[in-house]
Design a binder for this molecule. Structure first.
Ligand code: SF4
Length: 234
């Protein structure tokens, strides 16, 4: 007998000020398309709350370790918008662009010189600019793998800005609301090999992304997250 996992969110655990779009999972299977002979497991989803963050339980449950030899750094190339940027990150890029440029491709330098170090996505949020509506303007290639010129300049100690925190945190995406941040796992087929590698190594997202989570929210927040997850019996 086959099995279908259906994720549901019990509405009584959803804080009143969260808009449903933030928490309703995308992979709900409509009952009328489930064949009669398929067993159904209903897995209740829980929201992990640490400080001002509402964290999807995927971040605890999904195992994920990037496998760049397989994906070739596709997240820097695919997609219809650049990486989300925070306001302060735009200033960092503007301050250090001369140190970053030697690691960029000519095509990326042209974009940045013509229109600046940031662009807007369809919602009007700040993002990194794209070359020909495809790869991030800060991408360069090494052995066929897309890499980040900002990070390369940081590794070579040419400037102090590592890279946008949204890239560092991917595949966790943060949506900032007035009183809290929502942290969700962004599922993207280009990362399928990272799911395989993560499962093989038994590394969940919150451990794989320890450094960027500490960078974004601090060490004591991260320690609270680990405690919350490890003490939970859900
Ligand atoms: S986030 Fe996905 S596409 Fe990007 S490096 Fe990791 S596995 Fe590859």
């Amino acid at each position: 007998m086959g099995r279908v996992l259906i994720d549901i969110v019990p509405m009584d655990i959803v804080p009143m000020d969260i808009v449903p779009m933030d928490i309703v999972p995308m992979d709900i299977v409509p009952m009328d398309i489930v064949p009669m002979d398929i067993g159904i497991i209903i897995k209740e989803r829980v929201m992990i709350i640490v400080g001002n963050c509402n964290i999807s339980d995927d971040i605890r449950d999904v195992c994920f370790v990037c496998d760049v030899k397989k994906c070739l750094g596709a997240c820097c190339v695919e997609g219809d918008a650049g990486a989300p940027l925070e306001m302060e990150e735009i200033s960092e890029l503007e301050d250090y662009i001369d140190e970053i440029k030697p690691y960029m491709l000519d095509s990326g330098i042209e974009v940045v010189e013509a229109s600046g170090v940031f662009d807007y996505d369809a919602e009007g949020s700040f993002v990194t600019p794209l070359v020909n509506d495809r790869e991030c303007a800060f991408v360069y290639f090494e052995d066929g793998i897309a890499k980040c010129a900002i990070e390369k300049a940081w590794e070579e100690k040419k400037q102090p800005f590592q890279k946008p925190v949204s890239c560092h945190l991917y595949p966790i995406r943060i949506t900032s609301h007035e009183h809290f941040d929502a942290l969700n796992y962004h599922k993207w087929p280009i990362c399928k090999d990272a799911l395989r590698k993560g499962r093989k190594l038994g590394v969940p997202l919150y451990k794989f992304l320890k450094d960027p989570l500490v960078r974004k929210y601090g060490r004591s927040w991260y320690d609270m997250l680990v405690k919350e997850i490890e003490q939970s019996d859900l």
